[in-house]
Design a protein around this ligand. Structure first.
Ligand SMILES: NC(=O)C1=CN([C@@H]2O[C@H](COP(=O)(O)OP(=O)(O)OC[C@H]3O[C@@H](n4cnc5c(N)ncnc54)[C@H](O)[C@@H]3O)[C@@H](O)[C@H]2O)C=CC1
Ligand SMILES: CC(=O)C(=O)O
Ligand SMILES: [Mg+2]
Length: 371
């Protein structure tokens, strides 16, 4: 199969869909890989490095979209990209369609087959292609919070770990999955006081075992969220209902009862965010303030550390990408985990949570095939 890798065009997005190491694997399996010139700049991989790995270099994104049977990317396609997609072409990337009707409409109109990294599953029911970026974002969330807490940045002027004799920051993590666990680990490691809130009791048990009392756990209710958020210096938003829009756990009204200069980091912003007042921001202008509370809502946090992130992402996507390159769309029918990743097929939405969140019809892929 001919696989195309365009350069990412989202603001300050420096990751790349295939690293040179991944290109070698595709080439070794007999596939042709076409990489847009400069696509690897953000990770320090020149066109020559890609050529040595077995890729051909294309002069433009237009050439990649015109010539490739499968497009492998990192971020959801932007308008100039989705308008170039076509029927019988596979798109393999993050999509985050639930909060993004414009992109959804574009993908439906293109007739392409779109497989979203974030809804591909594994045998344990986890999300193996989301997990590596969630690990990165969870760790970065505490760095972002520490920076935003500084007075010069509009924050409360509190040091995450405090110092001997002075209490540390109170960090509340909403959602104790992959992002939440990594954020809790970083915050605790820096000496902050940390509480994780989740609606899954088995998950709270695991966290309790993992952190040996160093992190407090609480069951998620309106009351527990209010209790914790009102006294927090930092709130990390890390909840996820796979495919669906994030539940809004912190309302605008609640901000008035928060500490002035407290910081909200909404990692879940790519699924619409779990704070009512969140709106997506970029690495160019990551924060804004509402009612005296600093909001950080960057939707592509891992793009800031592209060397680490591209490697981690490719480690996870490689086996699935190779399956698709070997078998084409049939791979998504045969493999139940790739099938869970299938969000759009020839003008229909094939993921139930995505369809429900957007209020659009859901077509199981079987019925789309019959149509
Ligand atoms: N902004 C960015 O750059 C990035 C954002 N993300 C996003 O971060 C979010 C979290 O991802 P993961 O940690 O991988 O998900 P996960 O599935 O590992 O964890 C989500 C947790 O949220 C909990 N949860 C769901 N509803 C809840 C509620 N009402 N109250 C309390 N807990 C609730 C679940 O029980 C689960 O433990 C996702 O939206 C993901 O797309 C991930 C990577 C990068
Ligand atoms: C998960 C995601 O959307 C990202 O890494 O940007
Ligand atoms: Mg994202």
């Amino acid at each position: 199969m001919r696989v195309g890798v365009p350069k990412e065009i989202k603001v300050h997005e420096y990751r790349v869909g295939l690293t040179p190491g991944a290109v070698r694997e595709y080439a070794a399996a007999g596939h042709e890989v076409l990489v847009e010139t400069g696509a690897g700049e953000g990770i320090g991989a020149s066109d020559d490095v890609y050529r040595k790995a077995g890729a051909a270099i294309a002069g433009s994104a237009r050439e990649i979209f015109a010539k490739s049977e499968m497009i492998v990317k990192v971020k959801e396609p932007q308008q100039s990209e989705w308008t170039q997609l076509r029927e019988n072409q596979i798109l393999f990337t993050y999509l985050h369609l639930a909060p993004d009707p414009a992109q959804t409409k574009g993908l439906l109109a293109s007739g392409c087959t779109a497989i979203a990294y974030e809804t591909v599953t594994d045998a344990g029911g986890h999300l193996p292609l989301l997990a590596p970026m969630s690990e990165v974002a969870g760790r970065l969330a505490i760095e972002a919070a520490g920076a935003a807490l500084k007075r010069s940045a509009g924050g409360r002027g509190v040091l995450l770990g405090g110092v001997p004799g002075v209490q540390p920051a109170l960090v509340v993590v909403l959602g104790g999955g992959v992002v939440g666990t990594q954020a809790a680990r970083m915050a605790a490691g820096l000496g902050a006081e940390v509480t994780v809130i989740d609606r899954s009791i088995p998950r709270l048990r695991q966290l309790d075992d993992m952190f040996l009392g160093r992190v407090r756990t609480r069951f998620s209710t309106i009351e527990s969220v209010e209790d914790e958020v009102f006294s927090a210096d930092v709130v990390i938003g890390a909840v996820l209902v796979p495919g669906a829009s994030a539940p809004k756990l912190v309302t605008r009204a609640m901000l008035k009862s928060m500490r002035p200069g407290a910081v909200l980091v909404d990692v879940a912003i790519d699924q619409g965010g779990c704070f009512e007042t969140s709106r997506p921001t970029t690495h160019a202008e990551p924060t804004y303030e509402v009612d005296g509370v600093v909001h950080y809502c960057v939707a592509n946090m891992p793009g800031a550390v592209p060397v680490t992130s591209s490697q981690a992402l490719n480690n996870a996507t490689l086996p699935f990408g190779l399956m698709l390159a070997d078998k084409g769309f049939a791979a998504a029918l045969e493999n139940p985990h790739l099938r869970n990743g299938l969000n759009v097929y020839r003008g229909r939405i094939t993921n139930k949570a995505v369809a429900e969140s957007l209020g659009l019809p859901f077509s199981p892929v079987e019925s789309s095939l019959a149509a």
